[in-house]
Design a protein around this ligand. Structure first.
Ligand code: AMP
Length: 163
């Protein structure tokens, strides 16, 4: 993982995962790790646009599970639930299709980086509308100083690397 100072703006130390994705053994071992912490049968893997999709779809394949995208506003074509959440400056909206998750199904949520936790907290809010069982929330990287984990305290969290 490559760290790039002041990207995309001053003061942010951006954790660039593209070198890891390029390394076939390391990329595979990330997915294998997420498989190994998935001890119960998972029906659906859910991830958040857009870097979450890289890990979420590979994990869904490895688990033999379905895949559900949570997307930014205006991208999904069918009936949706949406939630708005606060970013450092301003707010954002994410959406999920209303028929995306079956009641009672076992799901996990996957994203690349847990920073403040605002995005994944909003995603969890969407998923909770479906009365599914959230068995885990997986990240490649946790930025511990931002204390995102404290916002997600009800669910088991797995992070492969932390800074
Ligand atoms: P947050 O809502 O603050 O947890 O962050 C939302 C998303 O922003 C994460 O899923 C990452 O994709 C991205 N992100 C936030 N901080 C960083 C960072 N320092 N390096 C790379 N991506 C980041």
């Amino acid at each position: 993982i490559r760290s790039i100072p002041d990207f995309p703006k001053n003061g942010i130390l951006f954790r660039d995962i593209t070198p890891l994705l390029l390394d076939k053994k390391k990329f595979k071992s990330c997915i294998d790790h997420f498989v190994s912490v998935s001890t119960e049968k998972i029906d659906t893997v859910i991830s958040i646009e857009s870097r979450g999709f890289i890990f979420g779809s590979a994990l869904a394949y490895a688990l033999g599970a379905g895949f559900v995208p949570i997307r930014k506003e205006g991208k999904l074509p069918y009936e949706k639930f949406q939630v708005s959440y606060e970013l450092e400056y301003g707010s954002a909206v994410i959406e999920i299709h209303r028929d995306a998750i079956k009641k009672g199904s076992n799901i996990v949520i996957v994203d690349d980086v847990l920073a403040t936790g605002g995005t994944v907290e909003a995603a969890i809010g969407l998923v909770e509308k479906f009365e599914a069982k959230i068995l885990g929330v997986y990240f490649l990287i946790e930025l511990e100083g931002l204390k995102g984990r404290a916002r997600l305290s009800n669910y088991p969290i797995h992070a492969l690397a932390s800074y």
